[in-house]
Structures are given as C-alpha cells and as structure tokens.
Design a protein around this ligand. Structure first.
Ligand SMILES: [Zn+2]
Length: 312
C-alpha cells in the first residue's frame, strides 16, 4: 500500500502529501495541519470498513476544506479562528428585511466562486463506496452540494443545500442558479468585490454596497426568499431527523468524516448508534465531541486517507 498519494486541489494544482503543512495553494489554506498517515491506523480503518456490511457515513465541513471551502471551527484555519465574523442567525434573517438585503448582496457576490467548488478525493471515494454497495447511507452537515456533484445519491443533506432557494411565504423551491440571473437583472450596474468566503457562500461587503443592492422576491407570491439551508438558531426538520435516526438504526457501523460533531442535531445520531452498540470510527483532524464513543479515531486528511481504503 503506497502512502505517497498525489492530490488534486480545486484549482487543478497538483500537490504531494509530502508537504502536508498549511502553506501550499488553496488546498492548505483551510485544512488544519495533521500528523503523517499512520499505516497501522490505515489498516485499522480498512478492517473497520471490510467488516461493515451496512455502513452509515456522516460528513461535516472537514470533508470540504480540501475543496477550498473553509469551515467554522478548525483550529487556526477555521473562520472563527481567522475572523470575528459569525454566521447569520435564523431569527435575524426572517425578521429583518435589511438583514436579508445584506445577506443576499454578499451571497450574490460569493455565489459564482462558491458554486464552482468541486468534489475532492474524499467525496469521490464515498460516492465510489456507494456505487460498490459498501455505503448504506450518507448524511452530511454540509450545504455545498459536493457529495451530489460527486454522484452520491443515498444522501441526506441534514442542513439543506445552498443550491436551492425557498420562499418563506409559500414554500416554493427554486434553483439558486436561476436566482442569480434575477439578481443580475435587478442590479445591472451594481458591483462589489468579494473580501472573503465563508462556508455558506457569504462574503464581506461595505454598508454602502449593501444598501444599494436590490433583492428579488418570490416570483409566485412576492414573499421573501431564503436559501434552503438551516441557519444557526433554527431547527432541522423533524421528518428529516426521524428519517436519519431510522437509517442509523438500520446500519451496522458508523463512520464520521470531517466533523467535530459539535452540533447537537448530529451528535444525537452518534448517541443512537451508541445505543444500538454500533462500532463508531471517526476521521477528523482534531478532537471531536464523540471521541470517547469511538473504537477508532484518525487525525488525517479525508481526501488523503479515504481513497486508500478498498471498499470491496
Ligand atoms: Zn412564494
């Protein structure tokens, strides 16, 4: 088994894992430093996967940092560590038109870049596991559609997806790409530059830029539009939560990939797995809320490790 993998970054630059610090290209920008791959740990994960017949995988922001999307919580490189910005709160968005205007202005600028991110070797590996019948169900906390882009279908997007837009009034669902065209028509002379990118596609703009931005409303009923994602302070749809608990109970093992499992809605799936006495493995750089429940913990890059595992 060779550990000298070559990874391809989102921008197409080729990088070797021999320089696995945080300093090279877009790949290293948002990925925390990790220790060298331990061949023994790789073997242990291989054994875990081989023994599993109905594997449930739960992914978080850590699986997408290697695609150039920053997470919130990673030490040193996450948004919480690098900036004083915090994610939008659900109640602020729903209650305030100026908050929605600011949100959509930033989202409009950040969208082309956010939408252009591509799956990395971890997304492709999980999609391959599904194709070969190894992966029973995939649950993601991410809203970036990278699992879908990689071809995963047995998938629950726990917190929704930025590629869909929802009317807060009538519930009409539209594609985010369509809304971009409406933004452009309403704001023909408006321009602003992106000053940074957050996990939800947000960017930073001045008040002046924000206030002149025109926000379209629902084409069907005129209601306010919101990305089809669960903002902080909102709760995940109960039916969706029940559905995932059911999938966890039907599974025979659980692998966490790139999540610190800090969000309670995800942590409780781990608790369900524990109640069912499922073996739990965790692949995440840095400690997680569930380390004490795992039979196997790996601090490695998802895109470096997962492609090494043979799912057959
Ligand atoms: Zn509507």
């Amino acid at each position: 088994m060779t550990l000298g993998l070559t990874l391809r970054s989102a921008q197409g630059r080729w990088t070797s894992n021999a320089s696995r610090g945080c300093s090279h290209g877009s790949l290293g920008l948002f990925v925390p430093a990790s220790p060298p791959l331990d061949p023994e740990k790789v073997k242990e994960l291989q054994r875990f996967i081989t023994l599993s017949k109905r594997l449930l995988v739960m992914t978080g922001a850590g699986v997408s940092t290697e695609s150039g999307i920053p997470d919130y919580r990673s030490e040193g490189v996450g948004l919480y560590a690098r900036t004083d910005r915090r994610p939008i709160q659900h109640r602020d968005f729903v209650q305030s038109a100026p908050v929605r205007q600011r949100y959509w202005a930033r989202n409009f600028v950040g969208w082309p870049r956010f939408a252009s991110h591509q799956p990395n070797p971890a997304h492709w590996a999980l999609s391959n596991w599904e194709r070969l019948g190894k992966l029973y169900w995939l649950v993601t906390q991410n809203v970036d559609a990278l699992h879908t882009k990689a071809g995963s279908r047995r998938l629950t997007e726990l917190h929704g997806c930025m590629h869909r837009v929802l009317c807060l009034n009538c519930g009409e669902q539209t594609a985010r790409g369509v809304l971009q065209g409406r933004f452009e028509m309403l704001n023909p002379t408006w321009s602003a530059e992106a000053h940074g990118l957050a996990p939800d596609g947000d960017v930073f703009l001045t008040e002046e830029e924000v206030q002149s931005f025109q926000v379209p409303s629902c084409a069907r009923c005129g209601g306010p539009l919101k990305p089809d994602v669960t903002f902080f302070g909102d709760t995940v749809n109960h039916d969706k939560v029940d559905f995932v608990h059911k999938r966890v109970r039907e599974a025979d093992s659980l692998l966490v990939v790139g999540s610190s499992v800090q969000v309670y809605s995800s942590y409780r799936f781990i608790l369900t797995a524990q109640e069912k006495k499922l073996p739990i493995a965790i692949l995440n750089i840095g400690p997680t809320r569930s380390d004490h429940l795992a039979c196997l913990k790996l601090d490695s890059r998802c895109g470096e490790l997962l492609p090494l595992i043979d799912p057959r």
